[in-house]
Ligand binder design. Sequence first.
Ligand code: F6R
Length: 366
Amino acid sequence: EKGGYEHFMIKEIYEQPKAVRETMSGRLAKDDSHIIFDELKWTPEEVAGINKIAIVACGTAYHAGIVGKYYLENLARIPVEVDVASEFRYRSPLVDDKTLVIVISQSGETLDTLAGLKEAKRLGARTLAITNVVGSSIAREADHVIYTWAGPEIAVASTKAYTTQLVTLCMLSIYVAALRETLAAAKVKELIQGLRDLPAQAHEILEDVEPIKTFAQQYGFNEDVFFIGRALDYCVALEGSLKLKEISYIHAEAYAAGELKHGTLALIIEGVPVIALATQPDVYEKMLSNIKEVKARDAVVIGIAMKGDDHIRNYVDHAIYIPDAHKYLAPLLAVIPLQLLAYYAAITRGCDVDKPRNLAKSVTVE
Ligand code: F6R
C-alpha cells in the first residue's frame, strides 16, 4: 500500500505533482481566462454582500489559511482574518451574515474546526469548507464545499493536503476576484498559467533531493533550527518549522525575518542552522539584510531561492533552488524542500516518521 516507498509521508510528498493536478482538474478554463467552481456558482451580487472573510483551521490547515489571507486580500481585496479554531470558538468573533467563514480541514473531522464552523453558522455567517474527505462531518455541516482531491493522506504529518489547500485557495481567490472585478484579465491569465506549471515544477524538485538529504544528515542532530522569511515566505516558514518539530522532534521556530532583532536574534549563535526563504521579489533586498544579520552571528544559513538567483550564494552557506514560479505560487514549491528536510532529519534521528509520538491523524478531541 506504500507503493514501494518506505513511509507514507515520503509517498505522499512524491504524490504532490499528481495531487495538485487533480485539485485543478476541471477548474481552470481552457483559455486560462477564469476559474470554474461548479460547486459554488456564486453571483456578483452574492459576493458583493460579503464584507469580510474569516478563515478557521488547525495546524497545517491553519498555515494554509494564512497563505489564503494573503491571496484573498491581494487578489480579491476583501479583509481576511485567520484564526486557529480553538481560539476562534471562544473569542466572540465579530462574525455576522455579511461574513464568509472558510474552514479548512484535510480530514473534515477536526473537532475544534467543526465547532468553529457551527459557531459561525449560529452567528449567521455563510460558510465554505475546504476539505479532502467527501462526506466528512465538516463537509456535511458547511453551506458550500470545495474538495481538494488530494487522495487519502495517511501519514500524520500533512504534506499533499497543504499544497492542494494552497492551490484551492489560490483558485478561490481568482474566482472571487473575478466576481468583484478586482483583477485584470492579464493577471488572471498569468496566475492560471502559473498554476498549470506547478505539477511539473514540483516534480522537478522531487527529482533531485540529494542536497536536502545531505543537509538533513549533516544537521539532523542539532537541537534548534530557525526558519525565517517575509511575506508568503514567512507563511511557508511556519509550516516548515511545524513539520520539523512534529516528526524529527527538533526544536524549531519560524520568524518573520524582520522580527528577529526584536528578541529572537539573541538565540542565534555560532553553528545554529537558519533556513532562510528568499523567494519573494518584493521583499528580497530586505530578506538579504536579515540573512546578513544571522550570518554576522555565525549561523549556518540555508537559503531557499528561485532558480536563477545566483546572487544569494554570496550570502548563504548552502543554496537550495526551486523552479522559477509566479511569486504567489512559490509557497507551493518552497514547502517541498522543507517537507523533505523534516523527513530526512527524522530518518537520520531514527524517528517513527508516519506515527510521531503523542500525535494522532485526526484530532476529534478538544
Ligand atoms: C500537521 C498536521 C496537523 C493537522 C491538523 C488539522 O502535519 O497534520 O497540524 O493539519 O491537525 O487537521 P485537519 O486538516 O484534518 O483538520
